[in-house]
Design a protein around this ligand. Structure first.
Ligand code: HH2
Length: 288
């Protein structure tokens, strides 16, 4: 049975798992503007939000202290640590859930691992200096994601591909080789096509349509389309009106082999995932 050893917890991947997004950035947990620090109030808010997502069926909580939206300002490592670590410690102490940390910084990987994280999610696929070594040292599973361009600040300037699916696939297989060379076994890896990261609307739609081709890499796929601009552009919807569009992509992603679905709207996503699995595999299997 496919599974990930996430520190003290095991995450079974025979069923699709839902990862709830917990952004600890000033725009998501505002406590007075840009001078965000992990105040008692914001840690409490983060915990309540995480607990709600767990009650709704999330089995992973992805804690991120750096906004990776196109054009987002970079944050210092210290600021990221200040945002993320207290929240990870609190969730780890209070909730029965796998915590993942959405970071590219080696220092954050190390400290988050010590604070109770069970998975490292790096949108830059361990490209920052020292990240590969830090991730290897933690012994944790890793999510490797495709992004065209070296950073979220510039990735949307002029995305271009001959064949997006084979280019994403080639990139991800190179990352597997790189990890294995650094002593990280492939059983510890999760792959992500990186929806919205250096891709136009047509690129994103093609990638989802043909996502099943990435199963040839033989590793679990993580999919993050929730509320993204691909949905805004396809439907002409603002970010707070993208739930239905997001759910359509979830059903398609599950049908095409997605094993972990990263979302903001956990309850609705869990229903769509379970319903899609019931259609694909039958209700008996769905209840097992
Ligand atoms: N997308 C975002 C952040 N982290 N990690 C993975 N593995 N896959 C993704 O698609 C992914 C990710 C997008 O982040 P951002 O635009 O900051 O918004 P939010 O975190 O609210 O989704």
């Amino acid at each position: 049975m496919p599974h990930l050893k996430c520190a003290s917890r095991t995450l079974g991947l025979d069923r699709v798992q839902v990862m709830g997004i917990l952004n600890v950035t000033p725009d998501s947990f505002s406590d007075g503007g840009n001078l965000y620090r992990a105040s008692k109030l914001s840690i409490e808010q983060a915990l309540v939000h995480a607990a709600g997502m767990v009650a709704d069926g999330a089995t992973l909580i992805d804690v991120g202290g750096e906004s990776t939206r196109p054009g987002a300002e970079p944050v210092s490592v210290q600021e990221e640590l200040d945002r993320v670590i207290p929240v990870v410690e609190r969730i780890s102490a209070e909730l029965d859930v796998v915590i993942s940390v959405d970071t590219s910084a080696p220092e954050v990987m190390r400290e988050a691992s010590a604070a109770g994280v069970g998975l490292i999610n790096d949108v830059r696929s361990l490209a920052k200096e020292g990240a590969l070594e830090a991730a290897a040292e933690t012994g944790l599973p890793l999510c490797l994601m495709h992004m065209q361009g070296s950073s979220p600040a510039t990735m949307q300037l002029a995305p271009s591909y001959e064949d997006i699916v084979s280019e994403v696939s080639d990139f991800l297989s190179q990352q597997i080789v790189r990890c294995e060379a650094a002593g990280i076994p492939r059983e510890r890896l999760v792959l992500d096509p990186g929806f919205g990261f250096g891709k136009t609307l047509e690129h994103n739609l093609t990638l989802l349509r043909r996502m099943d081709e990435l199963n040839a890499l033989g590793l679990p796929l993580l999919v993050g389309t929730s509320r993204k601009s691909m949905i805004g552009q396809a439907l002409g919807r603002e970010v707070d009106s993208r739930l239905a569009g997001s759910l359509a992509t979830v059903a398609l992603a599950v049908e095409r082999g997605g094993r972990i679905i990263r979302v903001h709207d956990v309850a609705a996503t869990v229903d769509v995932v379970r319903m899609t699995e019931a259609v694909l595999y039958g209700h008996q299997q769905e209840q097992a």
